[in-house]
Design a protein around this ligand. Structure first.
Ligand code: NDP
Length: 326
């Protein structure tokens, strides 16, 4: 038996609890992992609270990320004792995930934990940090360099935002952090933000074209914030869009794209192929120092994930929440 968070649905009503689960209930997969740490992402918040239909099968163990040690493997790619991590692939949505002491998954979904990181540090990064790295990779691949001007990071105090700031600052960018938490200014500056702006400057409906300011943008917020970010992006600048913390809508116009040559880069972490994943993790291993990881993360136990889910959906979390499942 092992402990796991189980989401169930009865009479159309969803509920989540800490439960004892038998090994024989684990889903099919080539590799069984003794999970050490997981992490609470925004999507896990949506899954546990039921605020969006993230969970596609019941009962479900949520947790879109985990890191741990291989217990047994039918795959030639992994052996018992290997340190592995998993981000996405629909785990925690359609296949049992990381809020558990054990997981069984397809070998293709696993990757080795970079040497530099412990399992706990890998989960302080988690999908949020790996997505931040995908965003930075996308901007850099399109030629956004520090001499082109400031880079805006929205949702700055969140998981994606915090790690994006650290990665961009390490690469010499002038980072402007948009946050709703004025009291987190010191935290954001310690991560490397050069300037903090109030997110209200971006979150209200704005004109289709505004004063040009950003060479690049990492946006995890969507809605009017993304629309205004595009409208303020400089000629031939790039906007990496990965999130919807404000909303799924995109109330924009084509003006920034057709008059200023602005490009919108869509970032998906869930089904990203192996090559960009490994590149993103290589950037994290190269550019993130462990002091930054300690600064962004708090550790909780499995049972506390239920409250943390409510908090992340309410936008109350700062940085990253690591789950010690044991
Ligand atoms: P967090 O909750 O940690 O961060 C989101 C941040 O957005 C909050 O901390 C807050 O920052 C800001 N925010 C929250 N509500 C609002 C609002 N109503 N208006 C404006 N800003 C708001 O989540 P994550 O960083 O983990 O994820 C961010 C987004 O990215 C989510 O929508 C998530 O689903 C998405 N995502 C997408 C991925 C992909 O593959 N495309 C992968 C990972 C995440 P502050 O208080 O500083 O303003």
């Amino acid at each position: 038996m092992f402990k796991a968070i189980l989401i169930d649905k009865q009479d159309g009503k969803q509920s989540a609890r800490l439960a004892d689960v038998a090994d024989s209930d684990l889903p099919e997969g080539a590799v069984t992992v003794r999970v050490e740490f997981s992490t609470v992402n925004y999507k896990d918040g949506l899954a546990i609270t039921g605020k969006s239909p993230v969970v596609r099968k019941f009962p479900m163990v949520p947790g879109i990320d985990f890191a741990g040690v291989v217990e047994s493997s039918d795959s030639n790619d992994f052996r018992a004792g290997d340190r592995v991590l998993l981000n996405g692939w629909g785990v925690g949505e359609g296949h049992w995930g990381g809020f558990a002491q054990k997981a069984r998954v397809k070998a293709e979904w696993l990757q080795k934990v970079p040497e530099k990181f412990t399992s706990k540090q890998a989960m302080a990064i988690g999908t949020a940090g790996y997505t931040a790295s995908l965003c930075v990779d996308a901007l850099v691949a399109h030629g956004v360099t520090p001499d082109r001007g400031e880079v805006l990071v929205t949702g700055a105090s969140g998981g994606v935002g915090s790690i994006a700031i650290a990665l961009l600052a390490k690469n010499g960018f002038q980072v402007v952090a948009a946050t709703g938490k004025a009291n987190e200014a010191d935290y954001l500056k310690a991560l490397g933000a050069a300037q903090i702006i109030d997110r209200n400057e971006l979150s209200q409906p704005g004109k289709p074209l505004q004063k040009e300011r950003w060479a690049g943008v990492v946006d995890s917020v969507g809605s009017h914030t993304l629309a205004n970010a595009c409208a303020q992006t400089r000629y031939r600048g790039f906007v990496a869009a990965c999130g919807l913390a404000q909303g799924m809508d995109f109330p924009s116009s084509v003006a920034p794209f057709i008059l200023r040559g602005v490009s919108l880069l869509g970032i998906d972490s869930v089904m990203a192929p192996r090559e960009p994943r490994e590149k993103a993790w290589a950037r994290l291993a190269r550019d993130l120092d462990s002091a930054a990881l300690d600064r962004v993360s708090n550790v909780i136990g499995l049972e506390q994930t239920l409250q943390a889910a409510e908090d992340i959906v309410a936008g109350k979390i700062r940085g990253r929440v690591v789950v010690d499942v044991n």
